[in-house]
Design a protein around this ligand. Structure first.
Ligand SMILES: NC(=O)C1=CN([C@@H]2O[C@H](COP(=O)(O)OP(=O)(O)OC[C@H]3O[C@@H](n4cnc5c(N)ncnc54)[C@H](OP(=O)(O)O)[C@@H]3O)[C@@H](O)[C@H]2O)C=CC1
Ligand SMILES: CC(=O)N[C@@H](CCC(=O)OP(=O)(O)O)C(=O)O
Length: 313
């Protein structure tokens, strides 16, 4: 049996990536809307209600509008936007995050795909909070760098098209300097933290890939955990996953390209035991496990298919 899937926003950066991953699959039939009608609410409503599952690859307002257009209660929704990531009535689409999360997703009709930065942050932090190694009121910060496709079509134009009104030739820039980035509430809530982390994102002149880093003062944590203990805890949390991997060889450098072009999420723990300091780093592709890879994984789970079918591992 084939499942009918509609990608709303299929012409965008994330939508095209998802289409690539689904192309050629015998278990999925894509519903298409003609190019000239792809923003027409009537055409979208028809496709949204005819599908077994829909993936929303839209700006937040258009994603909310798409959800409102769905009248068929059988349709399963995977929303790649920020619109529903902290909503209580949406399941959070990160299967590896907690032991019962996969079952929650399999039963859900509304799944919110995590943000790209929160995916790296939560993978590093959530198991530590759950185990009590990081008390919920620990003050945390998150340093991160993303490829420019993280900002969708408009940011791609900024970096690639000199005629774009916002064209830039910078190699690297820090942003969200007002500390009000849209991913912060999601990071706090889904990690189970009492305080929002300080988030320091940046964008580099490369198309895709990201590094997300959480520094820890181990000597200030209860029991002064070692880097090895953190690594073991993370390895145990993800031991059955082919997507989330704890890398144990010591590397002198990590690059933004580390996991680019894949749907993997690679985790690294580096520590100076004497100084009582650690750097936890996640490497992923903002368009892989940070968006399209996660959406396809969630789609597979929602449809009862092999969870990693179509993923680039
Ligand atoms: N890029 C990334 O790395 C990540 C993106 N996301 C999220 O995924 C979503 C999509 O992002 P991204 O693909 O980067 O964005 P893009 O801007 O590249 O694509 C968005 C697409 O939605 C289309 N669109 C806009 N409004 C409507 C509408 N009313 N009806 C139908 N189509 C519409 C746009 O049309 P047009 O082509 O005409 O502009 C465009 O094709 C966003 O919510 C983003 O936050 C999540 C994680 C990572
Ligand atoms: C480099 C860059 O600009 N990245 C985007 C985040 C990616 C995005 O918009 O996607 P999600 O919120 O859906 O994860 C930003 O910081 O706003």
């Amino acid at each position: 049996m084939t499942a009918k899937v509609f990608i709303d926003g299929a012409a965008g950066t994330t939508g095209l990536e998802i289409r690539d991953r689904l192309a050629g699959r015998a278990d999925i039939e894509l519903i298409a809307v003609a190019e000239e009608r792809r923003k027409d609410p009537a055409a979208r409503a028809e496709a949204l209600n005819a599908a077994d599952a829909v993936v929303l690859c839209l700006p937040d307002d258009a994603a909310r509008e798409a959800v409102a257009l769905i009248a068929n209660p059988a349709v399963r929704v995977i929303d790649a936007s920020t619109a529903h990531r902290t909503a209580a009535d949406w399941a959070y689409g990160f299967a590896e995050l907690d032991p019962d999360q996969r079952d929650t997703l399999a039963a859900a009709t509304r799944i919110s795909n995590p943000g790209c930065y929160p995916t790296g942050f939560l993978a590093l932090v959530r198991p530590l909070v759950r185990a009590g190694l990081l008390p919920a009121d620990t003050p945390l910060s998150v340093n991160a760098v993303s490829g420019y496709s993280g900002g969708g079509k408009s940011m791609i134009a900024m970096f690639e098209d000199p005629a774009s009104p916002d064209a830039t030739d910078t190699a690297f820039r820090a942003y969200a300097l007002n500390l009000g980035h849209k991913h912060v509430p999601e990071m706090q809530k889904r990690a189970g933290l009492a305080h929002p982390p300080i988030f320091l994102p940046s964008v580099a002149k490369t198309y895709r890939g990201m590094l997300v880093e959480v520094p820890l003062h181990l000597h200030l944590l209860p029991g002064r955990p070692t880097g090895a203990a953190i690594r073991e805890l993370l390895a145990a949390a993800y031991d059955s996953s082919r997507v989330v991997r704890v890398i144990t060889d010591d590397r002198p450098v990590l690059t933004i390209e580390q996991a680019a072009g894949t749907d993997r999420l690679e985790l690294f723990v580096h520590a100076d035991e004497k100084a009582g300091q650690a750097r936890l780093v996640a490497a992923l592709d903002n368009l892989g496990k940070g968006a399209a890879g996660a959406a396809v994984q969630n789609l597979n789970i929602a449809l009862g298919l092999n969870e990693i079918e179509g993923l680039r591992l």
